[in-house]
Design a protein around this ligand. Structure first.
Ligand code: NPQ
Ligand code: MG
Length: 377
């Protein structure tokens, strides 16, 4: 008899960050992570990571809300029937509106358990349409926060660290008042480096002149300058800039991606599986963009090795032509829950084991856990 989904464990983990990470919406010192473990009737565990923050600052989801929607609404759609098929799980979870990060965590845990049972790597499953065209390493970029001191020399010191570590692209967070001067300083220090910015929705269309003042810095892109709902504003802004606009928060589905491309609100897309509700949807957006010659790259949400492993597998698909925010474990964590992902010549290796290819180290997991719950069939 084929194995079934038997139990789900939810586990909350407190991960101290190596340095505070400040963006236009929050300063984080500890990453409050929710992990989903899907356990089969054969005793195999699959893993998924929920990328929500403890507070609804990046999107409306937050960890307490994810635990509630998982426990009360999502897990009951798959656990009673023991659903271990990722496509069937995806279909069932779609009955709940919204909550993409909670859905992705559960679906990925089921997908990982299923692939481990079959001995198939996640990269081969996601990239089944591109056999022979999958990378075994991915180019890595790094996301640099706003220094809490708002000192440009501290920013330059931090960027220098990452350049020395071998990162192939640097992205600097910007917000009104932390924009042209810091980016000018970074560009003057590293004239040839791949450089881009991310505003996390902090500007308005009236700030177009400030954003245009960064055009001479030869940036790869500016990420999500305006509010996530403002596709028309992004289209208007894109007409005023030579720097390409790249959407992150706005792109919540295949349909929104198509609309954003159609109205020319974006010419590059940041793909985050948690934001679009599924690795399967992430692949569909990749496919759509690849058909249209639109570059994509894999975003990051300060994942542990669990989420990072799955993102590196996704970023191995051929349409991911720009370096992603798939940094080494050490960018965020002194101790990761899995064996650390280490930069090799500015790249990370795609895991070679079945499923996501990595698993948590039990002692570290226990040490960092703040809460857990076991849900039985
Ligand atoms: C982005 N990520 O691209 C996000 C934003 C972000 C790597 O820049 C805790 C959890 C803090 C998730 C801060 C990067 C976070 C977070 C920023 C996500 O927009
Ligand atoms: Mg972003």
């Amino acid at each position: 008899m084929s194995p079934r989904l038997e139990r789900i464990r939810l586990r909350r983990v407190d991960m101290p960050l190596v340095r505070p990470f400040r963006t236009s919406f929050a300063t984080q010192e500890v990453r409050d992570i929710l992990l989903v473990e899907a356990i089969t009737s054969d005793g195999i565990s699959g893993w998924g990571e929920c990328v929500a923050m403890s507070w609804p600052g990046y999107s409306y989801e937050y960890v307490d809300g994810c635990i509630d929607v998982l426990t009360e609404h999502l897990i009951p759609l798959v656990l009673p029937d023991g659903v271990l098929d990722p496509v069937e799980a995806h279909r069932r979870l779609s009955r709940v509106m919204g909550h993409p990060m909670a859905k992705t965590a559960l679906e990925t845990a089921i997908l990982d358990a299923c692939l481990r049972t079959q001995g198939v790597r996640l990269v081969d499953y996601l990239g089944a349409a591109y056999p022979g065209d999958l990378r075994d390493t991915v180019d890595c970029g790094v996301s640099v926060g706003i220094p809490p001191s708002e000192s440009i020399s501290e920013l330059l010191d931090e960027v220098a660290e990452y350049v020395e570590a071998g990162y192939r692209r640097v992205k600097c967070k910007i917000e009104p008042g932390w924009d042209v001067e810091p980016i000018r300083a970074v560009r003057e220090s590293w004239p040839d480096m791949l450089l881009q910015t991310d505003a996390n929705q902090a500007f308005t269309l009236a700030d177009a002149p400030v954003l245009a003042a960064m055009d001479p810095f030869d940036l790869l892109l500016v990420e999500q300058p305006l509010h996530e709902d403002d596709l028309m504003g992004h289209a208007a802004l894109a007409r005023k800039l030579t720097t390409p606009v790249c959407l992150d928060e706005s792109i919540t589905s295949v349909a929104v991606a198509e609309t954003a491309l159609h109205v020319e609100a974006t010419s590059i897309i940041n793909i985050k599986p948690g934001r679009v509700g599924s690795y399967l949807t992430a692949v569909r957006i990749h496919d759509l963009c690849r058909d249209r010659g639109i570059p994509v790259w894999c975003g990051g949400m300060l994942e542990t090795g669990i989420g990072r492993a799955a993102n590196v597998a996704l970023a191995a698909l051929p349409g991911f032509t720009l370096p992603g925010d798939t940094s080494a474990s050490s960018r965020y964590y002194a101790v990761d829950v899995t064996p650390p992902f280490v930069l090799d010549d500015g790249r990370l290796h795609v895991p070679t084991g079945p499923g996501i290819g990595v698993e948590p180290i039990p002692e570290i997991l226990h040490e960092l856990s703040s809460w857990s719950a076991l849900i039985e069939r």
